[in-house]
Design a binder for this molecule. Sequence first.
Ligand code: SAM
Length: 349
Amino acid sequence: MDHFKAKTVAYKGSKRKLLNNILQLTQEVNATTVFDGFSGTGIVSAMLRSNGYEVHSNDLNHSSYIYGKVFLEGFDMPVVSEHLEIMNGLEPHSGWLTENYSGTVMRKVRAKEGLHIRTLGLLEQNAMKIDSARNYIEKLSGVSERNKNALIFSVILGLDSVFNNSNDQKSSLKEWSAKSLKIVTFKPPTLIEGKKGKQFQGDIFSLSLEKDFDVVYLDPPYTHGVLYASSYHINDSLAIWDKPQLDDDYAIPRPARACFRHKKAGSFYSKKTVEMDFHQLMDKFSFKRMILSYSDAPRNTTNLDALSEIASNFGNTKIYSVEHKICTQYTTQNKRSEKLKEFFVVIDR
Ligand SMILES: C[S@@+](CC[C@H](N)C(=O)[O-])C[C@H]1O[C@@H](n2cnc3c(N)ncnc32)[C@H](O)[C@@H]1O
């Protein structure tokens, strides 16, 4: 595959760099249909669709639903471009985003005495432009759902391009970065060609699939501290646009749906239940090949050996490690090099 390019948001655990490996593993089993169970940025689904597969996908989060809908169902470029031109020229107006996520605030900072000045993520001018653009989409009538989704994706991409952060929306940088000082512009998402697919939104365990898939690709979360609903809560709020009340007790204020201080984090995040969760997950599908992504990280709730053992209950299991872009077969005899970070647990039936 030539280097596949599709615009999408910055995301912890995005598999953008592993697309060639995922494609190769999919091609090996003569598949025509793929299910992407934890679609995140939508980049894996988009790549597979553009390579001719019929792709159905799912994710828990609202913003991921938008990315997947746009990548798998497409949109009308002339209609979307026309609206984006209007959105780029709108008068900036202060609204929910500007009031809550622009300028600076005095706040407590971990391990420091007193109050300190910190940015809230967006320049006021950018927040106002995004407020105006998102309100414009909300008021549109006579525009199809898929074109509205593409416009919402454009607004999220716009925010992502100027948000003053390093890699999530839980905090923002002390000083305004070069990217955050640029003026936001709204550009169309990447239009993917191929068989039309479907995107679902929900807990994977509650999802009832309409059919079986040749390949099931699973990239669930299992790292303490990486809760996607709180890491990308502003993208979710832009997707839903319900302008919720926020809890100011966080470095970047969050809506209740992104606050987990007194709530359980969900499946895969507890060491006590993670193995049961993976067992239940693998048991859920019929497939020719299941591909499970595993990234080695210090705060994981499980490890490769445990996953490999669970997988062996469901078919013929192999583990591949990805190093320097080459996919080589992993064996437990291999000394686990520090460089080995990305793995695929592959189950064949
Ligand atoms: C590692 S990320 C997936 C990244 C994705 N493969 C990509 O390349 O962008 C894990 C995803 O699982 C989703 N997720 C977490 N718990 C879930 C659940 N119970 N059901 C469905 N999706 C879930 C998160 O919202 C997050 O997008």
